[in-house]
Design a protein around this ligand. Sequence first.
Ligand SMILES: [Zn+2]
Length: 242
Amino acid sequence: MEKLKQSIFNIIFYIFIIALILGLVFLLIFAIMKLNVYAYEKPSPEEICILIDPGHGAEDGGAVSDDGVVEKGINLSISNHLKEYLELSGFRVEMTRDDDNIMGDRNLPTLKERLRDDMRKRLDLYNSEQIDYVISIHQNKFTESKYSGAQVFYSPNDERSEVLADYMRKSITGFLQPENTREITKAGSNIYLLNNCSNPCILVECGFLSNPEETALLKTEEYQKQMAFTIYCGMLDYIKNN
Ligand SMILES: [Zn+2]
């Protein structure tokens, strides 16, 4: 009788051990599958290519402040710092320009033709399959000097653009401009590149060159770095949460 009890106990014990091992194996398989799904949903920074477009360039200076500060230089400086921060985090970065130039053919006879060619070439890059996100950097100007602060526009063609724009707005108001209440805005046909971009795409108007106080900030390298870092943080937040 004692022997029978012992055998039954042994059988139950082994069944328990086998069930435990099977349970652990299933748990391990499940964990590995979960990890794979995670890896699929969240590409590493090296797999993400961000195009930065510093607006204007060369003979197209963009907006000019009353004291002669030209938009194209501020755009380029902020973009170069943004590129540096993104690359330090492992992202791949492309630029439409990394010096005082445009993409348009400089040998075309008229400025109009050169700028049209420039827009066409920038748009080709915006829509490249190699590009995951586009960030265009500009400065604003208005007839009245009282307006200041950044504003983010988004392309209407991919719904991720609006989401990214909102992360960017939150980063700018959170880090740099807590008093800025400007909403994100869907780009219309007046913003050609955003309106025709098929990739997720935003445009950041970093500040107003018609506002003397903001212009004084925008022309310093320190503020340009702060703005670039704020845009970088907005991009990181978006990537982390989407
Ligand atoms: Zn501009």
